[in-house]
Design a binder for this molecule. Structure first.
Ligand code: SER
Length: 340
């Protein structure tokens, strides 16, 4: 399935469940001064969750352009980290809560996308018996559901004000045999990745770390678009897990890599850096850095953010420099980035 089809499948699935399809917001969050760039699908709905602004509808779905730089040092070194990505999401503003959020997610992932159930592992917040029981009722055996603390399963803004709450995540085992029995969940392994986060918003976090219960309860989910595409496309529709699954092995990146191969005369071979990197590993890392960063720069500039000397513009300039610096690894000594 092409990425355009995956995106459409998600949005139309949630439309059949009564959700209003919303356009992606821009990457410059003028409505939310707490962040430099839009980091998640929920941000455009923040004021609705807080009850400050009313929507004409209570169910929404979107594919949101997101930009995060927290993991930038990993971008290029792994198969699944990005600075720019799309987040597929469905949102309930004061209406449905855990039961529907979990039910819809399971139906979409197992019936619409047909991800293999026996590779899926669920996490819930430590004391969230409700979410645990709902997954059990859907038919998941207890050993597929594990409980985690705040770091992994309580989602909210870090050091800032904003809606937050316990979450439940879906992880997929990508090993050739799919037999790691959940041991790689939350282990920073490219062989078992989180693909969807379901957040049950109940509180507003204050910058001092305290929480205030909100007047209503909401749902905010975020699915990693490029990650799901990778699982589907790298495995040839789940038929072959023998090759490593990579976000860069999808139709999001293949046209960029084809052009980069043409411009540089080097071939992308999808290797990941090991200890004491080989020349090919360095080349492949550079392809991924440049492939990720050209998307970040393109979408940011299109949304009105130019590389510059201060604030978000400076962040962008640094991303641009990082990409160009990796261009040296591919042998570029003249401007090349604009050609992509
Ligand atoms: N807000 C959550 C996240 O960013 C889910 O959308 O992971």
């Amino acid at each position: 399935m092409k990425t355009d089809e995956i995106r459409e499948k998600y949005l139309s699935f949630y439309e059949t469940k009564g959700h209003t399809r919303c356009e992606s917001d821009v990457l410059v969050p003028t409505w939310d001064p707490s962040v430099l760039f839009t980091p998640a699908g929920m941000n455009p709905f923040k004021d609705h969750f807080l009850g400050k602004v009313k929507l004409d509808f209570t169910r929404a779905t979107s594919s949101q352009k997101c930009l995060r730089t927290g993991d930038i040092d990993n971008v290029g070194r792994t198969s699944y980290h990005h600075t720019f990505f799309e987040m597929l999401g469905n949102f309930s503003v004061g209406e449905y809560f855990k039961e529907e959020a979990i039910g819809y997610a399971w139906e979409f992932i197992t019936e619409s996308l047909k991800l293999p159930k026996d590779r899926l592992w669920i996490t819930v917040y430590l004391e969230d018996d409700e979410a645990f029981d709902m997954w059990r009722r859907i038919g998941l055996p207890e050993e597929r559901i594990s409980r985690w603390g705040e770091k992994e399963n309580f989602w909210g803004p870090v050091g800032a004000e904003g809606p937050c709450g316990p979450c439940s995540e879906l992880h997929i085992d990508l090993t050739p045999e799919g037999d790691t029995k959940g041991s790689l969940v939350n282990a920073d392994s490219g062989q078992c990745i989180e693909i969807w986060n379901l957040v049950f918003i109940q509180y507003n976090a204050n910058p001092d770390g305290t929480f205030v219960p909100l007047a209503a309860r909401h749902v905010d989910t975020g699915m990693g678009f490029e990650r799901v595409a990778a699982v589907m496309q790298s495995t040839n529709g789940f038929s072959d897990f023998s090759r490593p699954v990579s976000n860069y092995d999808t139709d999001v990146f293949s046209p960029i890599f084809a052009e980069l191969e043409k411009l540089s005369g080097k071939k992308y071979a999808a290797t990941l850096p090991g200890p004491g990197q080989t020349g090919q590993e360095k080349t492949d890392t550079a392809f991924r850095v440049i492939g990720d960063h050209i998307r970040t720069l393109s979408f940011s500039i299109a949304d009105g953010i130019q590389p510059g000397n201060t604030d978000r513009n400076y962040v962008l300039r640094r991303i641009l420099r990082r990409a160009v610096r990796y261009g040296r690894t591919l042998g570029f000594h003249e401007p090349f980035f604009f050609k992509l």
